[in-house]
Each structure stands twice: as structure tokens, then as C-alpha cells.
Design a protein around this ligand. Structure first.
Ligand code: SAM
Length: 222
């Protein structure tokens, strides 16, 4: 990805310094993660009328009743994935493409699935404009994963489901990790599941959260 779009915004330096400072205060300490957040132009992924809110700690509507998650939430999920750079990552819920663009800088390959055609198309074209070459966006029901492209070292689910979709667990590599929000609507637990070397799963709750619905065969039925 070219690093330039962020640098071309008015007051870019000041806005970026404040944005990164807030992320650090919220516990984002990994310099690679901070660099990724510094370089991805979040303001170019949201509707023009809302751009002055781009670097605030708030979710922002992106159309079709969906949102781009608040940057701190994207950062927590990214940190929870503990990426070293060599991983193949599956993202469920491409949305604006922001999380995918961050992951692209921290992993070797990202497969992202979005169920809403307009969002999948606009995320694809934004990622192209940014020069991101290691993300592929598919249109479809992410709760089924992509068995044809599995296994994945990491899976991140960016919409809230009633429970962890079984096919996603099955598509994790040995010693892989899945992170996502699961539980009742409005009160999900941000959960991380690790697959052991011999196939067993171990889960932990990282916090409380409230995401838009994960809709699909292994999610909410609308
Ligand atoms: N990761 C996104 C970003 O960086 O902008 C934000 C995700 S938004 C909170 C959740 C997204 O998940 C929405 O775009 C929604 O359409 C999508 N979604 C919900 N259920 C899905 C499913 N079964 N498969 C794929 N995408 C799904």
C-alpha cells in the first residue's frame, strides 16, 4: 500500500498524532500495529459528509445499515490476532475495507467476505486505489467461511453472531486463532479461540461489545 493518502489530508499531521496518541493510551503498544493505523486513510473509507468524524473513537455509518467500527475496536481485534507477518487471515464482514487494509499490512494474505454487494464492490475499489495487493474480497455468506481456501492461521469476525460458526472453527489451522463478537444482540463477548496443535479448542473472553448482526446460515437469520 502507498503511504501517501493519509499525508494529503488537511491538518493530517495533527489529526494523525492525536489519533495515534489515543490508540496508545487505549493500550495499543505494538509499533507495527500503530504504523498500520497511521498509514491507512480511514477518512477515504467513509461517506464524505461524515469525514470530519473519521479519526474519532466512534463507529460511523457506511450505508446499507452497516458501520465501520470505532478505531479502538478495530485495534483491539487486530492486537488480539497477534499477527507476526506470515499469516493467512480470513475476515468475515469486509464492510468499508478498513480492517482488511490494516490486516494487509500485518499479515501475508487476507481473504475477506462481505454479504452486501455494494459494500463488497466499494471496499474492493478502495483497496485497489490504496495499492493493496494482498487482499481478496468475496461476496457471500461468511458464516460458511471458504473451505476451498482453508486452512487459515487467523480468522476475524467483524459482525456479532449468536455463537461461533462451526465451519469457521473447522477452517482454522492447528495453533490458529479466531477472534470475534458472539452472544445475544447488543451484549456480545469479544472472544478469542485458539486451536491446539492436536485440534482441540480453547476460548477466552476479551471484553464486552456491541456489533451489527452477523447474518447467515450459521449466524442470525435476519
Ligand atoms: N470490518 C468492517 C470495516 O472495517 O469496515 C466493519 C464491519 S461491519 C461492523 C460488519 C460487516 O459484516 C457489515 O458490512 C455486514 O454487511 C457484514 N456481514 C454481516 N453478516 C455477514 C456474513 N454472513 N458474511 C459476510 N459479511 C457479513
Amino acid at each position: 500500500m502507498s503511504a501517501s493518502p493519509m499525508a494529503t489530508t488537511p491538518h493530517a499531521g495533527k489529526v494523525r498524532r492525536r489519533f495515534l496518541e489515543r490508540l496508545k493510551q487505549a493500550g495499543v503498544t505494538d509499533p507495527r500495529v500503530l504504523r498500520a493505523f497511521a498509514e491507512v486513510p480511514r477518512h477515504l473509507l467513509i461517506p464524505e459528509a461524515l469525514r470530519d468524524r473519521a479519526y474519532q473513537e466512534t463507529p460511523i455509518p457506511i450505508g446499507e445499515g452497516q458501520t465501520i467500527s470505532a478505531p479502538g475496536v478495530v485495534a483491539s481485534m487486530t492486537m488480539a490476532l497477534q499477527l507476526e507477518g506470515h499469516e493467512r487471515v480470513l475476515e468475515i464482514g469486509t464492510g468499508s475495507g478498513y480492517q482488511a487494509a490494516i490486516l494487509a499490512r500485518l499479515a501475508s494474505e487476507v481473504v475477506s467476505i462481505e454479504r452486501i454487494p455494494r459494500l463488497a464492490a466499494s471496499a474492493r475499489s478502495a483497496l485497489d486505489r490504496f495499492g493493496v495487493t494482498n487482499v481478496v474480497v468475496f461476496l457471500g455468506d461468511g458464516t460458511r467461511g471458504r473451505p476451498d481456501l482453508a486452512p487459515f492461521d487467523r480468522i476475524v469476525v467483524t459482525a456479532g453472531g449468536p455463537e461461533i460458526p462451526r465451519p469457521l472453527l473447522e477452517q482454522l489451522s492447528p495453533e490458529g486463532m479466531l477472534v470475534g463478537p458472539f452472544g445475544p444482540r447488543g451484549h456480545q463477548k469479544l472472544t478469542r479461540v485458539r486451536r491446539g496443535p492436536n485440534g482441540g479448542f480453547k476460548g477466552e473472553v476479551l471484553g464486552e461489545c456491541d456489533f451489527v448482526d452477523l447474518i447467515g446460515q450459521n449466524g442470525w437469520q435476519r
